[in-house]
Design a protein around this ligand. Sequence first.
Ligand code: FE2
Length: 174
Amino acid sequence: MATRSEATKNGLKPDLGLEEKARDGVVKTLATALADAHVLYIKLRKYHWNVTGPQFHSLHELFEEQYTSLATTIDEIAERIVQYGVSAPGSMAQFVAMARLKEDEAKGLEMDAHEMVEQIVADHEAVVRNLREDIERVGETYGDVGAEDFLTGLLQDHQKFAWMARAMIKGKNL
Ligand SMILES: [Fe+2]
C-alpha cells in the first residue's frame, strides 16, 4: 500500500495508489513514448511533403492519415503524463535525446517512395516491440494497470499502421 506523502495530503500531488518510484518509472516510460511519437510524426510529415512517383497520391494521403492520428496520440500521452502530477516535456531537443526512434536526416531528393514506406513500417514495428517491453514493465514492475491498458492501445494502433504501410509495398514497385 502506497503511503500518502505530504504533497499528496496538501492536494499538490494526485494520490493514485502508486509509490513514488513506480510513478516516476511510469512517467519516464510515457515520456519516451511521447518522444518516439514526435520523431515519427515529423518523419511522416516530411514524407507527406516529399513523396514522388506513381503512388504519390496514395502515399501522400497515407502519411497524412498517420500523422493526423499520431497528433491525437501525442496529446493523449502528454496529458496522461500530467495526470501523474508532473509536467510533460515539450522541447524538440529533449524529444530527440529521449527517443528510441531516429530522425530521418536525408534530404528530400535523396529518398524514393519505397524507402519512405519501408522506414515507416520499420518505425511502427520498432514502436510495437518497444511497447511490448514497456507494457510488461508498467504492469508487472510498477503495478499500474491504467498505463498498461493505455500503452496496449498504442501498440494496437502502431500494429495497424505498420500493416497499412506494409501493404503498400508488398510485391510492388512504387
Ligand atoms: Fe498536406
